[in-house]
Design a protein around this ligand. Structure first.
Ligand code: UTP
Length: 471
């Protein structure tokens, strides 16, 4: 069947007409993009959209199985378990059984930063970028555990070139370039919300966007990265998101709990501050572990409290996971079938005459898969609680909650706690918050390391950077 017929069959005949209007390189460009589309998939997604279905059709929601939840240590038995987990995690790191996987393929539209979000200069004094900060953690872990710790970075066709150029320009942040691998995820087209027609961003270009962080697994499989990891003896991937500067990369306690429980995939959670907080929670969905997005959690469940007055659905996912390589291989064998979520967005595009349209209301649906939707396929899973103030303060929005300002505040508070615990007084600014502080992860990855590196002459009189820092 010709391409035009296939498009008409799929209800996307307008793309055949758009192609007919073009010549030369513009025609070739659009044709290549259309040929690369998974038309049967897009057709299925549009049909699901029309039928009002999609990933939000959840089954029966119940609290997570208690035996899969590991809360913050409260008594000696908990602390012993935590110590065992730490030892197991450290052994796994030393043995080279772990790869760090950074999700950085998103578009960061809410932040409104021009370029990959990883290049956002979040650090209050040095202006260091998120990529540089995470890279320093990787370097510090390699030194601490005398291990290779390969680093995989998920990019998208929209930001891969810019990311690669930035890594190169930064000399790969001092890491061996062969030890860092950028893996490009797939894309899906945005469709008009009313007609299901694929939108054109320009006359010769589809409105494509990354297919969600669930695209990680197929991208790892397609690129050969999964096989590469298996061949290198890597057992577990530690996955984290680029926009959380507090991420405790490869925290050995988490790795150890995952390992000791022989889990396929595990998650880090923090306690939700209240029922309304916009965070997905770990739950049981039709008897399987999974994440329920905040918008899908019925209000009466979000509000539900136990006999101690605690939220029943308290375990807010911070999108940090362990994913076993063998599990990812099984999942992606013969194609991965994660559910597609629909996001209603404003997508600028061109009309049938090639004129630009700037919508003033959401006009389009984007389809995305989420990494956490792999959880229900796990035979074994653990959910490990972390202290929010130690591990989570994402940069999502330009202002207000979850913004650069809140992340900087939370990092200042974290570093101030470390310094105070090490016996170093930290002054506050006029707002009562600690002065701006930066601690390079290669100086200290945690309070104990900082304590060990503090010299008696260390005084903090104002904004302070504790290096090494270059790069
Ligand atoms: P978000 O869901 O916050 O999306 O991604 P985003 O694209 O960064 O920002 P908005 O929604 O456009 O404002 C959470 C993490 O998952 C990664 C992001 O890079 C971020 O680290 N991600 C998201 C991907 O790697 N690929 C995707 O397709 C989507």
């Amino acid at each position: 069947m010709s391409l035009g017929d296939r498009l008409r069959d799929a209800g996307q005949g307008h793309l055949a007409e758009a192609l007919d209007r073009l010549q030369g390189p513009a025609h070739d460009h659009l044709r290549a993009e259309i040929e690369a589309l998974d038309l049967p998939l897009v057709t299925r997604l549009v049909e699901e959209l029309r039928a009002g279905g999609g990933a939000h059709d959840l089954g029966e929601i119940a609290p997570p199985a208690p035996e899969t939840l590991i809360a913050l240590p409260r008594d000696d038995a908990d602390r012993e378990r935590e110590a065992r987990a730490r030892t197991a995690g450290e052994d796994l790191l030393r043995a080279g059984g772990v790869a760090a996987v950074l999700l950085a393929g998103g578009q960061g539209t809410r932040l409104g930063f021009d370029g990959p979000k990883g290049l956002f200069p979040f650090a209050p004094i040095s202006g260091r970028t998120l990529f540089a900060h995470h890279a320093a953690k990787i370097a510090a872990l390699r030194t601490r555990y005398a291990t290779d710790l390969p680093w995989y970075v998920l990019t998208s066709p929209q930001n891969d070139d810019a990311t690669r150029a930035a890594f190169e320009e930064a000399g790969w942040f001092g890491l061996d370039p062969a030890s860092v691998r950028l893996v490009v995820q797939g894309t899906l087209p945005a469709v008009d919300r009313a007609t299901g027609r694929i939108l054109l961003e320009r006359p010769d270009r589809l409105a494509l966007s990354p297919d969600g962080h669930g695209g990680l697994l197929s991208a790892l499989r397609r690129s050969g990265a999964l096989d590469e990891m298996a061949a290198a003896g890597i057992r577990t991937m530690f996955t984290f998101q680029v926009d959380n500067p507090l991420a405790r990369v490869c925290r050995p306690e988490f790795l150890g709990h995952h390992f000791l429980e022989a889990a396929d995939m595990s998650s880090v959670v923090v306690r939700k501050v209240g029922p309304e907080e916009k965070m997905g929670v770990i739950a049981r969905i039709d008897g399987r572990a999974g994440v329920v997005e905040y918008s899908d959690l019925p209000d009466e469940l979000a509000q539900q409290r136990d006999d101690d007055g605690e939220l029943v659905y308290w375990a807010g996912s911070i999108a940090v996971h362990c994913v076993d390589v063998a599990f990812a291989q099984t999942l992606t064998r013969g194609g991965l079938d994660l559910p597609y979520h629909h996001a209603l967005k404003k997508v600028p595009h061109v009309d049938a005459d090639g004129r630009p349209v700037e919508p003033d209301a959401p006009n389009a649906i984007k389809f995305e898969t989420f990494l956490f939707d792999a959880l229900p396929a796990a035979e074994r899973t653990v959910t490990v609680e972390a202290a929010r103030e130690d591990e989570f303060s994402p940069i999502k929005n330009a202002e207000g909650a979850d913004s650069p300002a809140t992340a900087r505040r939370d990092l200042n508070r974290l570093y101030a706690r470390w310094l105070t615990a090490a016996g170093v007084a930290v002054p506050s600014g006029p707002d009562g918050e600690p002065v701006d502080l930066e601690i390079d992860p290669r100086r200290a990855l945690d309070a104990a390391e900082l304590n060990a590196s503090v010299t008696p002459d260390l005084r903090i009189d104002g904004p302070t950077v504790l290096g090494p820092l270059e790069g």
